[in-house]
Design a protein around this ligand. Structure first.
Ligand code: PMP
Length: 400
């Protein structure tokens, strides 16, 4: 009999190796969360510089109160799918509010951001269609493509001319969906949207942008990269999540297509799972209203992001990209030194994400930092200073 776990022996050995280096990043536990930027980890107060809490919104009293009120009014869970008993007035209110915020006719919510990508891609595309994916796309986008049964064509990361070539070569007869991300989650770079829109004008396809890391963060209205670039009319579908700038959990898809709501009957990740809990929906709704009412959070996030980016540049660190975003990734030479740096930083009181191959673009070893509007300048300066100390200890060599 073949043991089904045999295929996992390689990963088990790698896990052992990491444990022997004194790190278990995957099962690291926050013993207590003190605020959007502080937690107790391994018994000590730690600055959080590796969350997606971009707006620092997780402890806002009105968002907490909205969740608590919904718990009392609607109970702990919906116990059903959106197409059965799981649609409450709250879910409809959230979809309406969000459609208004995004300036789109239609919006549907999913239970997580991961499911939003599964649900939108598999709802939109079928076996006769082709989905064109940026090579660095998030796993949920790849998985959505698999679920759809559509033909998958990958193009080089952020390379509109490579997409152009592949579209010219393709002999597909069905629909064509191109998927981009507003800000890429590992390196923090933006999609060059204007270049892709040029290709769209030439070839004609439908365009979906996953604004998971840019929704609430970029653009004069906080609607994401397309808002920042002034190209919202060229984007057919927007995907986003409530687990980052909104500080809760859930996901959404939005668009203006007159048949958009048919996704409610064709998208399996929408239909065959329980709808988000009332407390989560109410919290997300309060957070969206807060983002709309408090644009200064976005401005503060931009200032904090630039401060960290410039501080790291001054230390001579190799960064994931040349543009400023709340994701600032430090490129390290190899797995062992990345782990050593991550450990040293944690011991010094700052938590960042460790990101290793195969989960990273180009097999890079990264210390991924993310900035929050709730970080003080002192926090940012401390993160920079601690990276400086780790570099001085000789753990860091520039990746070649
Ligand atoms: N899209 C992108 C680009 C992401 O980075 C993520 C999560 N990191 C998701 C979708 C999934 O979102 P969630 O974690 O809210 O399910």
């Amino acid at each position: 009999m073949t043991d089904l776990f045999d295929k996992h022996r390689g990963i088990a050995e790698r896990h052992e190796r990491m444990m022997s280096l004194g790190v278990n990043a995957v099962s690291l536990t926050n013993d207590r969360i003190l605020s959007p930027t502080r937690a107790i980890i391994n018994g000590r107060e730690t600055v959080l510089a590796g969350t997606n809490n971009y707006m620092g919104i997780t402890f806002e009293p009105d968002c907490i109160a909205a969740g608590q009120e919904a718990l009392g009014l609607y109970g702990t869970g919906t116990t059903g799918s959106r197409i059965a008993n799981g649609s409450y007035a709250l879910h409809r209110d959230l979809e309406k509010e969000l459609a208004g915020f995004l300036n789109r006719t239609h919006c549907i919510m999913f239970t997580t951001g991961y499911q939003a990508n599964l649900g939108m891609l598999a709802g939109l595309a079928g076996p006769k269609d082709t989905i064109y994916l940026d090579a660095d796309s998030h796993s949920s986008i790849y998985d959505g493509c698999t679920l759809s049964g559509a033909k998958l064509v990958r193009f080089r990361h952020n390379d509109a001319s490579d997409l152009d070539k592949r579209l010219a070569r393709s002999e597909d007869g069905g629909g064509r969906l191109v998927v981009l991300e507003g800000i890429y989650s590992m390196l923090g770079d933006r999609a060059p949207l204007a270049d892709f829109v040029e290709v769209k004008k030439k070839h004609g396809f439908q365009l979906l942008v996953d604004e998971a890391h840019s929704f609430g963060v970029l653009g004069p209205n906080g609607r994401g990269l397309a808002d920042e670039a002034g190209l919202e009319d060229d984007v057919d579908f927007v995907v986003g999540t409530f687990s980052k700038s909104i500080g809760a959990i859930g996901g959404f898809g939005a668009g203006n297509h007159p048949l958009f709501n048919m996704l409610r009957y064709t998208s399996r990740p929408y239909m065959f799972t329980a709808s988000p809990s009332p407390a989560t929906v109410a919290t997300s709704l309060a957070a969206i209203r807060k983002l709309k009412a408090e644009p200064e959070r976005r401005e503060r996030l931009a200032v904090n992001s630039a401060r960290l980016f410039n501080g790291f540049k001054a230390l001579g660190l190799a960064l994931g990209c040349d543009s400023v975003s709340p994701i600032v990734a430090v490129n390290c030479p190899d797995e062992v030194s990345t782990i050593a740096m991550w450990n040293a930083l944690l011991n010094a009181g700052v938590y960042v994400n460790i990101a290793l191959p195969p989960g990273t673009p180009g097999k890079q070893c990264l210390l991924r930092c993310s900035v929050s509007a709730a970080h003080t300048f002192e926090d940012i300066d401390r993160i920079i200073a601690l990276f400086g100390e780790v570099v001085a200890q000789g753990h860091y060599k520039k990746a070649s």
